[in-house]
Design a protein around this ligand. Structure first.
Ligand SMILES: NC(=O)c1ccc[n+]([C@@H]2O[C@H](COP(=O)([O-])OP(=O)(O)OC[C@H]3O[C@@H](n4cnc5c(N)ncnc54)[C@H](OP(=O)(O)O)[C@@H]3O)[C@@H](O)[C@H]2O)c1
Length: 267
């Protein structure tokens, strides 16, 4: 699909505004807008101190052969207009035809050659994560999964606990359910109690948990400011626990990337 270039200036301005507000973890992927997201980030970060930013990008599903990963990474570096990536991620566990050991060998080579500082994965079950870790000499520093106050698959499948017990960062994507978080009474109650908005409560519920960080997406300044207001305070343990238990209509399986998809390793 051809990228839509019409919003480029606004998108670049939004990324710069986020950096000006203190955001340093920028997440993208070769597949987002067919590489154009990486190009926009490359343009936006030009005037900033590169060493202060954490740029994460991903090799797309289907490109995870040994040569495919090396090639995808080079293309991402070119589009990002940078010498190195801070965190290079497998977007999915490779499909059954692609051995994980070859994928991890390519990831190791990228680290050895300084093309990426760290490696990570997305949407891996605990079993897939452990198996991938066996085939790399580098620590897999994170697992990026769909996790929100509404979507609990990562909790149910033990990924949150595994990350917390093994010094792995859980990067929660989709933290706001694409801006359609359920309007739950318990969240409204907490919002009133803490003088915050419901979305700030939902984000704080995530980042109050050990080893959990999140990457909400927005192109609107007022949403950016609102989301940044989720930082710098904490729900009490009791309130956090109440939200964990009482948030209604919890999704047991992600409605976007269920974790039992076919791959080189059993889920
Ligand atoms: N690894 C993976 O497989 C994977 C999959 C999906 C996503 N991701 C990553 O995760 C990031 C976030 O995920 P996502 O975009 O799917 O979901 P999200 O962050 O939960 O939702 C983004 C949506 O929420 C809206 N929004 C943001 N702040 C808001 C606020 N304060 N009030 C109301 N609406 C608000 C945004 O609209 P406005 O722009 O209008 O604010 C946008 O439409 C993506 O950008 C991507 O980097 C990774």
């Amino acid at each position: 699909m051809e990228p839509d270039y019409s919003g480029d200036n606004a998108e670049i301005a939004a990324i710069k505004t986020a950096i000006d507000h203190g955001v340093m973890h920028i997440d993208t992927a070769e597949i987002y807008a067919a590489g154009h997201c990486e190009e926009l980030i490359g343009k936006a970060i030009k005037s900033y101190n590169r060493s202060k930013l954490l740029i994460a990008t991903k090799v797309a599903a289907g490109n995870e052969t040994y040569d495919g990963i090396l090639k995808s990474c080079e293309s991402s570096l070119k589009r990002l207009d940078t010498d190195y990536i801070d965190l290079y991620l497998l977007h999915r566990c490779p499909n059954p035809a692609m051995p994980i050991e070859k994928a991890m060998a390519a990831m190791d080579r990228l680290v050895n050659e300084g093309r990426t500082k760290n490696i990570g994965v997305c949407n891996f079950t605990v079993n897939r994560f452990k198996e991938a870790q066996k085939h790399t000499g580098n620590k897999i520093v994170c697992n990026q999964v769909h996790y929100s106050i509404q979507c609990r698959e990562a909790e149910i499948k033990g990924i949150v606990e595994y990350c917390q017990n093994n010094d792995v960062l859980l990067v929660a994507w989709g933290p706001l359910q694409k801006g359609a978080l359920e309007n739950a009474q318990i969240v409204e109650e907490m919002a009133k109690k803490y003088q915050k908005t419901p979305y700030q409560i939902a984000l704080n519920w995530l980042i109050s948990q050990p080893n959990v960080v999140t990457i909400p997406k927005t192109t609107h300044l007022e949403h950016l400011e609102e989301n940044l207001g989720a930082i710098g305070w904490n729900l009490s343990d009791e309130d956090s626990e109440r939200l964990t238990k009482k948030f209604p209509d919890q999704q047991k399986v992600s409605d976007r990337v269920p974790l039992d998809y076919p791959a080189a390793i059993e889920p």
